[in-house]
Write a protein that binds this ligand. Structure first.
Ligand code: 5GP
Length: 114
């Protein structure tokens, strides 16, 4: 468990541009950015998908979203806006099975997604 590419990033076994970190969460730039700002926020505890979160993970899930908002405020684009996305499993387009929130910002984002 936890031995995804994101687990290796948490353990600094492979390089990543880490832009945010606290006791529970790490944020790093996506390798293939879809917006001028594209940062992935992951819990240090490796839950594979959102489906795997249990009631006992409620605080951790809250911390994950709070980290996104904290970073957006810190970087000065919170008021202008951004999108926070969790992809889950095949139809959600999930490719890395360590729960993550995509933070996309820096341009007007289309809706609905394709
Ligand atoms: P998903 O499709 O699972 O929601 O998102 C996975 C994201 O991880 C993709 O946007 C992809 O570009 C990014 N990604 C995959 N491998 C790496 C990596 O080794 N380093 C970084 N920084 N991002 C990665």
């Amino acid at each position: 468990m936890g031995d995804t590419i994101f687990g290796k990033i948490i353990r600094r076994e492979i390089p990543a541009e880490i832009v945010y970190e606290n006791d529970d969460v790490v944020g790093f730039r996506d390798l293939n950015p879809q917006a001028p700002v594209h940062v992935l926020f992951i819990p240090k505890k490796p839950l594979p998908t959102l489906n795997d979160a249990q009631p006992g993970d409620a605080e951790l899930l809250g911390k994950l979203l709070l980290a996104v908002a904290d970073y957006a405020k810190q970087e000065g684009f919170a008021e202008q806006g951004y999108r926070a996305v969790v992809n889950c499993n095949e139809h959600g387009g999930q490719t890395v099975f360590h729960l993550h929130v995509h933070l996309l910002a820096g341009r007007r984002l289309g809706w609905p997604p394709g």
